[in-house]
Design a protein around this ligand. Structure first.
Ligand code: UDP
Length: 433
């Protein structure tokens, strides 16, 4: 790197950041098999970094022939689709074999557009591999965020029950191990995530910074419960103006590690809660057999009339669902962070969740929700009953619940990430000089 370029990159200046999200499209449909919290995170973070004056280009694969090449996301933030393999949704493991094409397409686009970057910020191991390859020719620092870790997922599956989906391949775990060594900085979203990197991957603790995920507090805010139910067709048709049935909500990808089966199995324990309905959001026709299995489970347990499977719901629509619900339930075996809990709390809705991800740090026990020790249906039901058996309070406590998660607003989180980016750049330049 030339002296002039180095001077350009001193802290305090704005950075040109190449953000990599090879397998999951940040403007893709949320709640499908491979597109969830990470996509929300990348999109929001890029937009907020853009507002701070950094220039962010997110690179992802073309997932649909209809995809435009460039989407302007906001000031200084763009999403760029690159051709790598078929122009369609493919299993994330299949993306591995297209990574060289992804890197070549990115380089072709960059040369054509005469772009230079100061920093690579990769997400998930597949993009991490692409980042490592680009870093070697660009000579800039590489920050990575794993979001989930293969070895940890395998350990969770082994501990809980072998039936929870396919094992993560050795290829992924090896790649993650190499990446931990080769990247310049790692962002983990929880202290647990940081410890897992150390324990499972021998990561150097001083290389890892913990910065939680954020929530868009403008988008996720409490709405009037009665109006939200009315709008969604969830209000009683008797015109009484009551909020009516008790509503429990699940939002997420149809991944066996989400424990949705445990939530459905909790319903028979809640028989004394009159008119209880469970609204399940997430999953589409590409999800595979998971949705069918869950429907069958609801039939077998004779609770099928109490469960509404709504499929994918657009992120912008979710505040209505969170506000309409009496409780949001996150019964996962594993979360790297758990955005759904944060979104629900920002809408003023209590959350019952297992002790994974950042749940214990975002939920105030007995006040804004309940962190349960395990996702056994009885434990899930007990936690839910605490909020479902109370008389309806309308929006009574929504404001105080929301106030507890203000510190996770994106402007604060982005400041912290921006600092990490600047620091990584400074450290890198120091090692180069
Ligand atoms: N989501 C959505 N529509 C759906 C299902 C999920 O917008 O139909 C969003 C949800 O609001 C959240 C993200 O997908 O922002 C899921 O993130 P989380 O961290 O809870 O889980 P992950 O997908 O990372 O495992």
């Amino acid at each position: 790197m030339k002296r002039k370029e180095r001077e350009d990159l001193m802290p305090g200046t704005e950075l040109r950041i190449a953000m990599l999200s090879a397998h999951s499209c940040p403007v893709g449909k949320l709640g499908t098999r491979d597109t969830g919290g990470m996509s929300v995170y990348i999109r929001e973070l890029a937009c907020e970094l853009g507002k701070l004056g950094h220039t962010v280009d997110i690179y992802t694969r073309v997932h649909d022939p209809e995809d435009r090449q460039i989407y302007e996301l906001g000031p200084n933030a763009r999403l760029i689709h690159l051709r790598a393999g078929e122009d369609e949704e493919i299993h994330k493991l299949a993306v591995y074999s297209h990574l060289p094409d992804f890197v070549d397409s990115l380089e072709a686009f960059r040369h054509e557009s005469k772009l230079r970057y100061d920093l690579i910020f990769s997400h998930y191991w597949l993009s991490g591999l692409a980042g490592t390859s680009l870093q070697q020719s660009w000579h800039v620092p590489h920050i990575t965020m794993f979001h989930t870790l293969g070895a940890v997922k395998n350990a969770v599956r082994e501990e809980t029950c072998a039936a929870h989906g396919e094992d993560e391949p050795a290829l992924r775990i090896e790649a993650e191990r190499d990446l931990v060594q080769s990247c310049h900085r790692i962002i983990a979203s929880t202290d647990t995530g940081r410890q897992e990197l150390v324990n499972y991957y021998a990561a150097a603790p001083e290389k890892i910074s913990v910065v939680p995920c954020g929530v868009n507090l403008q988008q996720f805010r409490p709405l009037d419960k009665g109006q939200a139910r009315h709008r969604l067709g969830l209000a009683p048709a008797d015109g009484s103006g009551r909020n009516g049935d008790k509503i429990a909500l699940f939002v997420g990808r149809m991944d066996p590690l989400k424990g949705i089966d445990k939530l459905i199995s909790a319903l028979p324990y809640l028989g004394d809660i009159e008119g209880l309905r469970l609204v399940v959001i997430g999953g589409d026709e590409h999800t595979g057999h998971e949705l069918d299995d869950l429907r069958q489970l609801a039939c077998d347990l004779k609770v099928k009339d109490s469960v509404d499977f709504l499929g994918l719901v657009k992120h912008e629509q979710l505040p209505h669902y969170y506000s309409a619900a009496d409780v949001c339930v996150v019964p996962s075996y594993y979360e790297s962070f758990g955005l759904v809990a944060l979104e629900a709390l920002a809408c003023g809705t209590p959350v019952v969740a297992t002790d994974v991800g950042n749940h214990r740090h975002v939920i105030r026990q007995g006040e804004t929700g309940y962190v349960i020790a395990d996702n056994h249906p009885r434990s899930v039901a007990r936690g839910m009953a605490l909020f479902l058996s109370q008389p309806d309070q309308g929006n009574g406590t929504a404001g105080t619940t929301r106030a507890t998660v203000r510190e996770f607003g994106w402007p604060y989180i982005t400041e912290a990430i921006s600092k990490e980016c600047r620091q990584a750049t400074t450290d890198y330049l120091r090692t180069c000089s």
